[in-house]
Ligand binder design. Sequence first.
Ligand code: BMA
Length: 309
Amino acid sequence: MQIRNVKKLDLLHRVPENPVITVEDIPFRANTVFNGTPVATDDGVYLLLRIEGQHGYSFFALARSTDGLNFTIDEKPVMLPAKEGPFAKYETKGIEDPRITILEGTCYVVYTAVGLCGSRIALAKTEDYVNYERIAIISEPGNKDGILFPRKIGGRYARLDRPIGLGVGSMWVSYSPDLINWGDSQVIISPRSGYWDNFRVGASVTPIETEEGWLEIYHGVKMTSAGPIYRIGVVLLDLDDPSKVIKQGAQPILSPREDYERIGDIGNVCFACGAVTDDDGNMKIYYGAADTSICIATCTLDQLLNEAF
Ligand code: BMA
């Protein structure tokens, strides 16, 4: 059933142009496009897109926009799974779900390297959004949804990630002196029994620093007899010690309801990979819908801080 008026059901507002990027916008043959991570540039907003090719594995392409809404996609992919060198054996099944963080003036991309031994988090950087330099694989297998914090915390670099322990996906924080060696890992939030995020939780958007704490927009998965449902929620973390939860939204801020979120290669998925906030606090949250298209939902930072908890 298609709900006619979803406006009152979710805190986030879908833009009427949704889906803003579909596979028909890609200038080469592909299967789907989803889970793009945005970055505000001097030219507007760029989105590093996850594209799944028709061969079945994922890689990245670049979309450019002056208004953050209408995008043009570069003619060729910008980052493909490594075919040689030390990364190759960890990317045989593709590269997925990039997340951009600007840290100390450098654009870093944390992505999931998928190989025969499982999923690992990898780190790369770029100066022009077209050429990417791989730096290191920074986790063991069984990990994904890695995102760097935009500044050091207590003198150390920090990241969120989602290791799978005993089949349970929780959101963790880890620290590093050099972005390559990571440790002091602590769990932050775990699936909540009886809630919309009862199966898995993981970081989605680069943590947003506010006076009240780090605002993290995360994804929560509910497992049902018909399969998983991916929704978007919020949690506020202590600025000095992000393993401490200040508060967590009891309800999601966006749930799959529209056909483009319900129907696709993986139905019932709203999966954010980044947000852009302007000087007035207006936010555009970029999310993959049904693993088949890229969509945008809006709100203000104040609304998230005041109404989402
Ligand atoms: C997660 C990730 C995402 C994907 C989501 C829904 O585990 O792999 O890339 O969008 O599942 O299929």
